[in-house]
Design a protein around this ligand. Structure first.
Ligand SMILES: NC(=O)c1ccc[n+]([C@@H]2O[C@H](COP(=O)([O-])OP(=O)(O)OC[C@H]3O[C@@H](n4cnc5c(N)ncnc54)[C@H](OP(=O)(O)O)[C@@H]3O)[C@@H](O)[C@H]2O)c1
Length: 247
């Protein structure tokens, strides 16, 4: 087991990539806290995963974030791993039509939320080190025609560079910080863009390997960054996209 005795917090653990990561981490021996906003969906995930601790909270609220960390420490006594995964995707529209309120909400969840969690766990990693894995996106690596999700692009691009900045900043405390950049993964987030056969064919055609991703594809890479298999890796940014970013 690659994570025996480790304690992990996974944000956005109620669904999609976060839930698949929680399942894999539990299988690999970790004590896992999943957190997300909707308590009912979070409870459903707990039932499905089994043997997982949960604390609901809104990542936009600093005291909710601190409460997740506090309850995890009370339950397990330490934090070794943080997976910054929670995220939202905005209504697609050109930049000049985005309301400032819409822009701010995406930045608040996808970027400031990751700042809040990282800030809250770092002091607890000072003594024994730790691993932080940021879930960015191919949209944080390159621009896509007709993507029209500018606040999302800004949040994900910032996470790529913050991964490197935090890796350098906290190497002295043996905290490793790495980042995964998925292409299109089949989850609730992408459902609206995969509803017809032709949408699906178009999405597949953008990925040279000939398929879109599964949440498990991403979970396996997050496990690599969370485990000692990557003990010499920090500040790395890994596209997981069937070759899309290589085009
Ligand atoms: N799917 C893709 O194609 C894809 C591609 C690249 C990157 N990503 C990134 O991967 C991550 C996970 O995406 P996914 O596809 O698994 O999405 P998803 O199925 O929509 O799940 C999103 C998760 O984030 C949580 N969340 C959203 N707003 C929150 C808030 N204000 N406070 C706390 N939790 C909140 C949700 O909780 P609730 O259930 O409570 O709403 C849910 O657990 C995101 O950062 C996304 O940007 C996804």
């Amino acid at each position: 087991m690659k994570l025996a005795g480790k304690v992990a917090i996974i944000t956005g653990g109620s669904r999609g990539i976060g839930k698949a990561t929680a399942k894999l981490f539990v299988k690999e021996g970790a004590n896992v806290t999943i957190t997300s906003k909707d308590p009912k969906r979070l409870q459903d995930a707990v039932k499905e995963i089994g043997n997982v601790f949960s604390v609901s909270g809104d990542i936009r609220n600093e005291s909710d974030v601190q409460n997740v960390v506090k309850e995890t420490l009370e339950k397990f006594g330490k934090i070794d791993i943080l997976v910054n995964n929670a995220g939202i995707f905005p209504h697609v529209k050109p930049l000049h039509k985005i309301l400032e309120k819409e822009w701010n909400e995406v930045i608040d969840v996808n970027l400031t939320g990751q700042f809040r969690f990282t800030k809250a766990v770092i002091p607890h990693m000072e003594k024994n080190g730790g691993c932080i894995i940021n879930v960015s996106s191919d949209a944080g690596l390159k621009a896509f025609e007709n993507f029209e999700a500018d606040a999302y692009t800004a949040s994900k691009g910032a996470l790529v560079l913050l991964t490197k900045a935090w890796a350098i900043e906290y190497a002295k405390w043996k905290i490793r910080v790495n980042c995964v950049c998925p292409g299109m993964v089949e989850t609730d987030m992408t459902k609206p863009y995969l509803s017809t056969e032709s949408d699906r064919d178009m999405a597949i055609s953008e990925h040279p390997i000939g398929r879109i991703g599964t949440p498990e594809d991403v979970a396996k890479a997050i496990l690599y960054f969370a485990s000692d298999d990557s003990s010499w890796v920090t500040g790395a940014v890994l596209p997981l996209d069937g070759g899309m970013a290589a085009r």
